[in-house]
Structure formats: structure tokens, C-alpha cells
Design a protein around this ligand. Sequence first.
Ligand SMILES: [Zn+2]
Length: 494
Amino acid sequence: MKLEPVIGLEIHVHLKTQSKMFCGCKNVSEAAEPNRFVCPVCMGFPGQLPVLNAKAVEWAIKIGLALNCKIASHTTFARKSYFYPDLPKGYQISQYDEPICYEGKVKVFVNNEEKEIGITRAHMEEDAAKNIHDGETLVDYTRSGTPLVEIVTEPDIKTPQEAKIFLEDLQRTIRYIDVSNADMENGDLRVDANISLREKGKKLNPKIEIKNLNSFKAVERALTYEIARQTELWKDGNPPTKQSTRGWNDATQETVEQRVKEEEADYRYFPEPDVPPLKIEDELIERMRQALPELPHEKEARFISQFQLPDEQVRIMVEDRMLAAYTEDVFSEILEWNEQRPDVEARNSVRLYKLAANYLLGDFRNILAEEKSDFKNTKVTAENFAELMVMLHREEVNRNAVPQVLRIMQQTGGDPSNIVADKGLGQVSDDDQLRRIVQDVLNVNPAEVDKARAGKLQVIQFLMGKVMVETKGRANPQKVQEMIKEELGLVNDE
Ligand SMILES: [Zn+2]
């Protein structure tokens, strides 16, 4: 019997609008003080009337468009009833049979293979309050009524890894369109995963819903655990016959049964009489479409084709919106520099992009972290960064000196050519001078010279190090290596 996992995800996205979904209370991701931002509407007092937040509607449309969904021209709200202290009205205002966004699809790349995951729907709803169990049960209503968009995928996901990649992509997209902070640890992004096994090609079976997933890693691990657990049940001839909810326990790395899930009928959905049906004009949808930025996967594809950088580097660049924007600025400076010099070969651009990418993702990123800055607030302008790369490309500055120059640029906002001149960090480009230093080093290290001549080539690294010390790191390492080999009478293999 061949079993295959069938996985679907439900993701709640907390929108970062100014006010809550149906009242004017301030909408915060995490309240410092419990019950700080509340009013009769979001506390569910009888007779209070909800008023729909227009911004939340716009942002729900943006999410739908980013997920290639259809946007409903007519959408309605419904009451989802259940009884719990965090839900003072006894129902949550959600959407049921007429969600605002439906039938979407997104592409993800899993092990370099493109895969499409269907989006069943994305609908608006209000959040519940928060129960705090601290000896007694306390309720914080600040979260009550804050705006959510719930995204539901089709059960198209086949592996835990796919689920994780989908979620990482979704988080990036949500951040790019700037509708939520999408931090899992703050509860801006909350994921439930549904999983069942089925005999290949046969009917779907009752699904197990996993809750308490507080990181993408937890999603991947919990699904992996469930596949193993359910496989055992199947082997024992005892597969799950009822839907149930399990919680992920991060400490023990296992799922624990919480309850047999309510059937849909238990929620007694019915149309919300206090929020009228919503007609969505094409003009609004078009305006939201225009407002969408270039989405991360589009940017990725463009970076790869335009700048010829490796996939993994581009992925990291695009992950961080500020880094992506900064990179783009640096690259356009490089392009400009190149265009002013029609004499240089075109491939110089590609070489400079690669050089810049390495420093952006390596030394410069580390320096920014150490100096408690970032790609938006850095004192290093894209123009200065590009200039330093050009200097490196032209061998006007030594590779070893670049991190130092970058750090000074970050601290002072200075121009790289001035810094290099002031600090004497220019490359020793005088060949005669360099050759004299190489000869001196060889003269005072006769034992190493013998070893190198006898074929111990790693000794050359040691001798190079000596030359670099003598030149205070200002020599071109490649040139030093060539000279050492020449002086020792060894053939250069390049
Ligand atoms: Zn309120």
C-alpha cells in the first residue's frame, strides 16, 4: 500500500491597519497593557453596531491579487458562533459562502522544480480576544476585533518541506505588499496545518488539524511527525476516521490530541445582519492592482536574468526588501559607470554585479549589523558603495582593505577614494617595489623556500601571508602569488 500525504494550510494574517475591523479602536499587534484599546463594539456589548474598516477591505483585495485570486464583486459577512470567554458576543464576524477573494494560485520552487499551489479563498474576519491562563483565566480584549485575513490553500501540498517553502514565500509577499508585519512570533501570522494520508490516487480521508505552530520550522517538524504517526496507524489497520485537532508541543517535538473538531454545522453560520453586503467596484480592484509593488518572485526572476546572479544569492537579497532596494540602487550606479565608458567590455558589469553582491551579502551586511544600522539607514550611499566596487575591480584598493574601508564609510559617510588615500589603503601597484618585498621575504625564510621548491605548495600561502604583512595588506594577492612562483622558478598554472 502506497500512502501519500495530503496537506493544506490555513493562515491568519493580522493586518496592520490603524484601527480595528469594525470599530475605531487602535489596532496593535501586541499591547503593552491589557484591555488598553477597547470599546463597546469590540467588547461585544449588546446593541452595538459594527462599521466595516475600508482600509481592511482594500488590503484584503491586495492580498487576493498578490495570490492571483479572483476578487468578488459582491461579498458578504457571516456570524460564526461558538462559545468561549475570548468571544464576548458568542460569535465572530467572518465570511462564509461569499468570501472577498477566491480561486487563487501561487507558484513555489521546491528543489528547483516549479509547483503550483491553489488558494481556495482569502476572507476577512475579526480576531477574538486573548485568554491568559495564569492560575485563573484572564481575558485581554485589546486583540478583540482586530482585522484578519484568513488564507486557505487547496490540499495541494505534498511534503512538509513544500509547506515551509510556501509559507516563507507567503510571508515575503505579505511584507512586500506592506499590509502586515507578518511576524510569526508576535502572532501576526498564525498557521494551522491540515494533514491526512491517502492511498495513492484514492479518496481523501478525514484530516488532522495541527495548531500551536509558532515557526516555519515547527510547521515542517509537526507535519513530518504526523506523517510518521499516521503511517503507523495505517499500518495497524487503524487510520483516523474522524477529523480532530492536535497541538504541536515544541518541547517534546510531538503532536497531542486536543479535541475532536467541530463539524461546520456546529458553527451555525448565518448572514451577519449588522454588516450590509459589500459591492466591490472594478475601479477599486484596478486601483489596488496598480498599487501592488513588484512581488518577490517577480523580482527574483528579474534579478537572475538582469544581473546574472546565482539563485541562492538572489533569494537572500529579495528576502529583505531594504537589501533588495539597496542592491538595485548599487547596480544602477554600476550600470551608469559602465555606460559612461563604452570602451570597457560589457561583461565588466556582470563582474561588478557579482563583486558587489558578494560584499552586500557578506562583509557589508555584517558591518551594518555590528554598527546597528541597516540598508535603509546606512551612511554608505549606493553611489559610494558602487565606487568602492569599481576601485576594487580596477585594483586601486586591496581586497583585504575593503571591509575596513566599508566600516569607515559606514561610520563617517565618507567617500571611498578619500578614505583609501587618507588611510594609505591603496594597493601597492608598483611592481618593482612589490618584487623587492617578495624577494626580501624569500631571503629571510630559506626553510620555507626549500619546502615550496620541493613541491609543498601550501607553503606558498605562508609566504604570501608574510608579504601581506610587509605591505600591510595592500598588495594584490594574486600578483604576490605569481611573483613568489616566478621567484621560486615554479610554473604558474593559470
Ligand atoms: Zn473597539
